[in-house]
Design a protein around this ligand. Structure first.
Ligand SMILES: Cc1cc2nc3c(=O)[nH]c(=O)nc-3n(C[C@H](O)[C@H](O)[C@H](O)COP(=O)(O)OP(=O)(O)OC[C@H]3O[C@@H](n4cnc5c(N)ncnc54)[C@H](O)[C@@H]3O)c2cc1C
Length: 397
């Protein structure tokens, strides 16, 4: 259940015009298109999908048609041609409506960016363009394994050379959209002795013999993002499906994940802005001891601290996006954005749930789903401990 309609005296909208960033016409258009689609098409079924765990394949197809599976892919290649700031603005708007849809977009966009940066002309034509136009459904980004998460270089999936191609064997875990993807980007060891320099990336199509879908994870939140294990047993791929150079897969993955972190920061901002609006509205109509809950000083402090957390996260996220848009490497700034936004998000949803009292603990109120959806943002695309290592490494070498 959502709270009552907006009270005109409450300022709960996202204060984009007060952040001190001047957005371009293209960035605003990107934001507006994502925002209206999110409001009209994504938000209405989000609670039902959370309950049932149903993967929103029809919405993903529509988003693909809008170029949002490959937001930063050029228009010529079928994408939306957005820059990093446009990507952040769109992702935040979608996450505000449904975090599951946002993470489906995040992992597909990761694959799209890698293909846009590293695919050969033939690979662009065969996979990137149809995928970015939404014709292949979502993509699966297959890096993590049961025994290799933060330390992804410890992955055990093998790709052994055979004739003019490779045979892939291994299992991937926690693969977003895994059961519904049209293509998978799979990281496998082509030279186990070479450590990080012995990992390569391959495109594997859904119907390839030997590719099977395993356990469906029953998760605390993001319940409709279709997270599964994906198994590869004797999966044969020609050399033309190798993406980038042999042995450069790990560098490719880390490069994309680094820039992708602003997407998780934006997702955190989406969840937290939704919780903030819900919490303030709820506290403004709920009464205790003869007054509105929003009028207790403790509530006002919670609201002020939350708005401060939110604006700080916005500023760090937009700064990281702006640096990337200037063509700079920004490992420290993207990690700081992910770290601050996800931890700020955790604090905001917690405070806003507290403002709801017992109702916040009920599945009838939106804040309960937001609280569950928020928790993962501190874990994936590099746990926050890993983000801290990245930040510190840039300071102390
Ligand atoms: C819902 C969901 C969706 C996901 N989607 C995808 C996907 O689409 N594709 C994909 O490839 N992966 C995906 N992942 C995997 C995700 O990226 C990993 O779960 C994450 O990187 C952490 O790895 P791990 O779970 O193996 O934790 P571990 O690496 O086992 O970490 C356990 C703990 O140890 C800490 N730790 C580890 N190393 C260090 C260190 N050096 N210093 C300090 N602390 C450390 C971690 O921070 C953590 O607290 C997804 C995960 C989830 C839960």
């Amino acid at each position: 259940m959502a709270t009552s309609p907006d009270d005109a005296s409450l300022r709960v909208e996202v204060p984009l015009d007060r952040l001190g960033f001047r957005f371009t016409e293209e960035q605003r258009l990107m934001r507006d298109a994502a925002s209206s689609f999110a409001r009209e098409r994504i938000a209405p079924g989000a609670a039902e999908r959370d309950r049932s765990g149903r993967f929103p394949l029809e919405l993903v197809r529509e988003l693909g048609g809008m170029g949002l599976l490959g937001m930063k892919v050029s228009v010529d290649d079928g994408g939306a041609g957005a820059d990093n700031t446009g990507y952040v603005l769109a992702m935040q708007a979608i996450a505000q409506a449904c975090a599951s849809v946002a993470v489906i977009l995040a992992s597909s966009n990761l694959v799209a960016c890698i293909l846009a940066d590293h695919a050969s002309p033939e690979q662009r034509e065969r996979w990137l363009s149809p995928f970015a136009r939404g014709e292949l459904g979502p993509a699966g980004f297959c890096l993590t394994e049961p025994d290799a998460g933060s330390d992804a270089s410890a992955l055990r999936t093998r790709a052994v050379a055979k004739g003019d191609g490779f045979v892939i064997d291994g299992s991937k875990q926690w693969i977003t959209s895994g059961a519904h993807a049209g293509i998978y980007l799979v990281f496998a060891k082509t030279d186990p002795e070479a450590g990080r320099d012995g990992i390569s990336a391959f495109v594997v199509e859904r119907d390839t013999p030997g590719l099977t879908i395993g356990k469906d994870e029953h998760k605390m939140g993001l319940r409709s993002s279709g997270t599964v294990q994906v198994h590869f047993e004797g999966v044969e791929v020609p050399r033309s499906q190798l993406v980038g150079s042999l042995g450069r897969g790990y560098a490719v993955a880390l490069g994309a994940l680094g820039a992708g972190r602003i997407g998780i920061a934006a997702q955190s901002l989406g969840i937290a802005e939704a919780a903030f609006a819900e919490g303030v509205r709820y506290a403004a109509q709920r009464r205790a001891f003869g007054q509105r809950v929003v009028d207790f000083q403790a509530s006002r402090f919670a609201i002020a601290d939350s708005r401060t957390d939110l604006d700080a996260a916005w500023l760090l996220t937009l700064r990281a996006a702006a640096l990337l848009d200037r063509g700079e490497r920004a490992p420290m700034e993207t990690s700081m954005a992910k770290l601050a936004a996800s931890e700020g998000c955790g604090r905001v949803v917690d405070r806003m749930l507290q403002l709801h009292g017992g109702n916040g603990y009920s599945q009838e109120y939106l804040v309960e789903r937001l609280y569950r959806d928020a928790r993962i943002t501190r874990i994936y695309e590099g746990t926050n401990e890993i983000q801290r290592l990245v930040v510190a490494r840039e300071i102390v070498r």
